[in-house]
Design a protein around this ligand. Sequence first.
Ligand SMILES: Nc1nc2c(ncn2[C@@H]2O[C@H](COP(=O)(O)OP(=O)(O)OP(=O)(O)O)[C@@H](O)[C@H]2O)c(=O)[nH]1
Ligand SMILES: [Mg+2]
Length: 209
Amino acid sequence: MIKIGILGPVGSGKTSLIEFLAKEFTKRGLKVGIITNDVVSNADAMRVYEDLVVKEKIIPKENLVGIVTGGCPHTAIREDPSLNLRAIDNLIKKSGDLDVVLIESGGDNVMSTFSPLLADYTIYVLDTSAGDKYPGKGGLGISESDLLVVNKIDLAPYVNANLNKMRKDAEIVRKGKPTVFVSLKTGEGLQELMEILMEDLKVVGLLGS
Ligand SMILES: Nc1nc2c(ncn2[C@@H]2O[C@H](COP(=O)(O)OP(=O)(O)OP(=O)(O)O)[C@@H](O)[C@H]2O)c(=O)[nH]1
Ligand SMILES: [Mg+2]
């Protein structure tokens, strides 16, 4: 079973990415579980329930867990991931063998990272709506994640975000680790994202070829 941790600032598109990935992995015949972490609400879990359990029937309801962390969001994924680890154990007990568990962190800052106990592979989601200063300003989450997703490229023109600058900055900050530019709204870049992700998961031995 692969545990994929998804993190990034508030509103960058983490839940949207999780919903997209759940559909893509399901299409490939993989059994998907989802854990959402929200700081004070269960809103993301409720949205995933509505979208993927009720409307699209992609996952059964027992494959979804919503955690309310109640405090600093990165504590729950790094310093003390016990709530999340217990949620994964419970998911497996209820749902049987899963191939992929997607774990969304509560919206957090650029230094946020997942404990290696909790995630085998990490995706950091940025978006262009705050301009093009990131990824150049760096931060552990941005520089060390396995894959950096720069989302909302459809909004870049409205805030004068220069995607070429962001691309060059990402190459420098991430020292060659992959970055992909997408819009989860228009679909641009999503095929490339899946190609990179599936290839990476095979290379690190997390998925069969
Ligand atoms: N224009 C545009 N909007 C997007 C895109 N992706 C997501 N959104 C919108 O951005 C908002 C936030 O997306 P979410 O997926 O909820 O972001 P999140 O990172 O999970 O947010 P939190 O969990 O609250 O931190 C929603 O209204 C989405 O519809 C995109 O590529 N382009
Ligand atoms: Mg979310």
